[in-house]
Design a protein around this ligand. Structure first.
Ligand SMILES: [Zn+2]
Length: 445
């Protein structure tokens, strides 16, 4: 499988992504996006070596590199804007296992670069070896203080009752920043896995897996913290644990963030992905916001938010985007907004996320032959239309029922079909569920 994916470049180190590949990607990036480039990396064992080679590649094209060190991906976005760069790159494989590494690329507007908007062109430059030539420079540029000051200015936490939080950095990059920000705001911090370690000894860097939340769940109960946060490897995905040690669903967190925003900014525009639950969409409408649907994937969400001048964005996978962070999915800011609200209302977080419209829903991912995932979805669409179903094709195929829906889409990152369905009504939900099961039987495996 190619390392050049829909939203980033990713593969196994060093078999798929090694020194030479990193150098070439750097040279191609410097050719495509010349100028001043902010470059950071995550805590993976292979990141320093890949970063050095990538930087040398960029320099060979005559571009200038600002090396911002070990950072979250949202910090790269901040650095592009703050340091007035012409582009930026984070060397990271996000929440993937430790064998992986990769590159998340951003353009001069700090917008993520997708396959369509640049990764494809970068691949073509590498294939024909048509690089710019030059003699560029590289210098370190510390970004931590600037970022911490920037983020702290975006939240207000009342120091009344002393709050405490558990921060699980998953041995990734958020652990280098989040605890300090909370401490400076006067919040008590219990750190878990906040030491950078590319072996991920605490647990894997993916907070969407239940087993990776166990440490934080136990710690919150043990110390009686108000809330717990688990960040992914590069700080753009968040899981939230309530004071009873239970994980709060992402659709509830997004509903909460939407209501929190709309209280301050009535009428705000909010982008959500195609998988998002009616719980959040109904909440946005109820509190006077405009809910704008979008394709799944961070490149699409950020772009849509910029086009629509949206204040907030959210994906069911636990990514929350803010206009304030230049449309980056900054998990540290998302967690701070939760604490901001707890401190304003003096209520438990479980109280703050309970009053949203309830929907029955399920999300599943089914293995599929890689070569057949997109043809399967195209064929399914044609069949369902022929059978007279109401079909929405924003992303994959969404079948709209009287009181619910079912969505089938080919994953852009894995050989999987992603399926979501939901309804408010138990009988309708069961009807949709059996409809989904008949389609699952047809998936080519
Ligand atoms: Zn990530």
């Amino acid at each position: 499988m190619s390392i050049f994916k829909a939203y980033d470049i990713r593969g196994i180190y060093p078999a798929e992504i090694g020194e030479r590949v990193a150098y070439r990607i750097g040279a191609a990036f410097g050719t495509l996006n010349p100028g001043k480039i902010a470059v950071g990396c995550d805590t993976r064992l292979s990141s320093p070596e890949l970063k050095d080679n990538f930087i040398n590649g960029v320099r060979s094209t005559g571009s200038e590199v600002l090396d911002i060190g070990i950072v979250t991906t949202p910090i790269v976005v901040f650095a592009i804007k703050h340091l007035k760069c012409d582009g930026g790159v984070n060397i990271t494989a996000s929440h993937n296992p430790k064998e992986y590494n990769g590159f998340k690329l951003f353009d001069e507007n700090a917008m993520p670069i997708s396959y369509e908007s640049g990764i494809g062109a970068l691949k073509a430059i590498i294939e024909i070896e048509d690089y710019r030539k030059g003699n560029g420079s590289s210098s370190p540029r510390a970004i931590k203080e600037d970022y911490i000051n920037f983020i702290m200015a975006l939240v207000g936490v009342k120091i009344g009752r002393r709050l405490s939080v558990v921060i699980d950095g998953s041995n990734g990059t958020a652990g280098l920043y989040a605890p300090e920000i909370y401490r400076r705001l006067g919040v008590g911090v219990y750190e878990l896995n906040c030491t950078p370690d590319g072996n991920f000894p605490g647990h894997g860097p993916d907070p969407s897996k239940a087993e990776n939340l166990l440490d934080a769940k136990c710690k919150v109960k043990e110390v009686g913290a108000d809330v717990g946060f688990v960040y992914d490897g590069d700080g753009d995905r968040l899981a939230v644990i309530d004071a009873d040690g239970k994980a709060i669903e992402s659709r509830r967190i997004f509903s909460f963030l939407a209501r929190h925003l709309l209280d301050e900014k009535p009428g705000a525009r909010i982008v959500h992905d195609a998988l998002m639950s009616g719980m959040a969409i109904e909440t946005i409408k109820k509190y006077g916001g405009l809910a704008i649907p979008c394709r799944v994937g961070h490149t699409y969400i950020a772009q849509k938010m910029m086009e629509e001048a949206a204040e907030l964005g959210g994906e069911l996978s636990g990514h929350y985007y803010f206009k304030e962070t230049f449309f980056a999915d900054d998990a540290i800011l998302a967690s701070l907004k939760v604490v901001e609200r707890i401190s304003q209302e003096g209520k438990r977080v479980s109280e703050l996320v309970k009053d949203f419209p309830e929907y029955l829903s399920e999300n599943i991912r089914i293995a599929v032959k890689e070569s057949e995932k997109f043809p399967f979805i195209a064929q399914l669409k044609a069949e369902l239309e022929k059978e007279g179903y109401v079909v929405d094709c924003l992303d994959g195929v969404k079948v709209v029922f009287e009181d619910g829906w079912a969505l089938f889409r080919a994953s852009n990152t894995e050989p999987k079909i992603s399926i979501a369905y939901e309804s408010k009504d138990k009988a309708e939900y069961n009807k949709i569920k059996s409809f989904v099961q008949t389609i699952i039987k047809k998936v080519p495996q």
